[in-house]
Design a protein around this ligand. Sequence first.
Ligand code: HDE
Length: 666
Amino acid sequence: MGKNRKDEQLEQFRVDDRGQKLTTNQGLRVSDDEHSLKAGVRGPTLLEDFHFREKMTHFDHERIPERIVHARGFAAHGEFELYESMQDVTRAGFLQDPSVKTPVFVRFSTVAGSRGSAETVRDARGFSTKFYTEEGNYDLVGNNIPVFFIQDAIKFPDFVHAVKPEPHNEMPQAASAHDTFWDFVANNQESAHMVMWAMSDRAIPRSYRMMEGFGVHTFRFINAEGRAHFVKFHWKPVLGVHSLVWDEAQKIAGKDPDFHRRDLWESIEAGDFPEYELGVQLLAEEDEFKFDFDILDPTKIWPEEDIPVRIVGKMTLNRNVDNVFAEAEQVAFHPGHVVPGIDFSNDPLLQGRLFSYTDTQLIRLGGPNFHELPINRPVCPFHNNQRDGYNRMTINKGPVSYHKNSLADNTPSTSSEEEGGYVHYQEKIEAKKVRGRSVSFDDHFSQATLFWNSMSPPEKQHIIEAFSFEIGKVKSKSVQQQAVDMFANVDLDLATQIADSVGANPPLGRGSDVTKASPALSQENTVKKPNTRKVGVIVDKQGDSVELLQLIYSFKAAGLKPEIISNKLGTLGELAIDHTFKTADPVLFDAIYVASVSEDLTFLKETGRYLTETYNHYKALGASSTAQDLLIGMDGPGVVAGNDNERLVDSFIHAVTAHRHWSRIV
Ligand code: HDE
């Protein structure tokens, strides 16, 4: 893999300490790093021990404030390439020439949990992309859900206070299943649409590699002639959109709290590079008012069936970070980092974000020079008259640090639009200064119902169960009832089932008249591929090693990722056993295949546990001829056994590709 411009730039900051002499930060060689300087080996430590003081002081300052939201995240490097020039709609340099590859850095995150929280919690996921373009950094700071909880940025602190752990006891961590969140929801009903997504399978993704990304807001594209289009951004994962089941997600939170970063890291290390296609929905300016929703309202989608998604390029994540803190933690995204040809709309949520992100970096990264950190530096030159501040790294030469000047020939100089200078889109505005919201933002429920209508029966069932879980955890009966009554506006049957489950009164409200659906919203219609699916292969260490080798080969040839599980580590023929029953767990696999069994009772019990759990999570199960009896009683689709091992392997791969077998009765 060749180095792109960002890799080359980062290279000068990389340090490999291996094989080097230990020194202080001043470069002084250290003779002893085991003992502090003392007055006698049993005596007190001396203040003059500068080495101890420097080491300890640095350690004491190793933490920076975590992000107030999206604290738990992980990131990777990659590249973006364009399929076709987009010059018809935007003059953005990186969207002109399909032969140009733009380096990117992408950070995925959960929203509510703190930096050490589990990754598989029910939550939206952040999906932030920094494009290092020749015209400066462009940040697309999105989520895996295309709408948001609120319509005006001024409500963001309230929303975040409500979803975060409750302040009196700091519980629960990384969870919305508590009173203040649902109290906020019921009393701020613009949240209805996003809550539907948050209660759906979208909020428990199987992998960062298998979720969509959305810019959420309406942005603007402007072409070289100055013509503008409204635009919504989409990332579509090449592997399709897939989710965990809730029971599994909760168990993984304990078995492997790093599940999503491990998945991303391992895939990239293995060369299975995550890929996402970039899609845009475009709307001519004159069509702004043609819809039954306001295109500036961030609680609304543009249904793909009405405004098609034009697929314009692909992003490939092909390199893991060298250092999580230096890169994933210090990266500073900002929806206001734009390039010529991309501009904002008046979405009041977006407008507030344009303030918040720099403000948050000032406290988080300790001052105004965070753009100098290696991960944040543009790959193009940057020059201005900003000076000084904490941790300034650039050494600006000369006496001039002001504009306009004559001493430096009035440089750095501004650029005309033709020379690449950013010119804001000249939108005409005639308005009164008011605190208020347009009445066109008032319909909070139609698209929530559209989402509900678009779900397949199992997806609907999961939503009912998620609501029942979340509202069931709420202690206040009043809040429970308010939430039930609110969702009667989305669907009466949904609300009635939640009420029944949480012991609330049957909902007030008459349901919805909306019958429209958007099939693109259902995960049932997503791409399904076997690639990179993790299969736990259970073997008895006395089993047939040649048969196992053949099996593993067939699985790998189909794109699956087999890992071998037995009661003890060691080898079977030339294959290493990857896990014991205890070091792995069925929830960590997409499917289980029993290749051979032993008579040992513990072995049989553990295999039974693996199979039952996998069956209950609707995942594929397989057993070769000698092990097929273990599947007795596990009926329904996705369970494959038999005597013809070759056919069996094919049917098993087919069963894994289906992702889940919802029609199973568990
Ligand atoms: Fe953010 N958001 N946000 N947000 N957001 C932050 O910026 C904020 C919103 C999103 O991986 C913070 O650097 C306000 C929508 C992502 O580093 C902060 C509002 C969407 C990330 C902030 C929103 C997002 C953040 C905290 C309402 C989806 C993680 C740390 C107006 C389109 C970026 C930071 C990363 C992070 C403010 C709403 C996505 C506080 C005020 C809508 C993916 O500045």
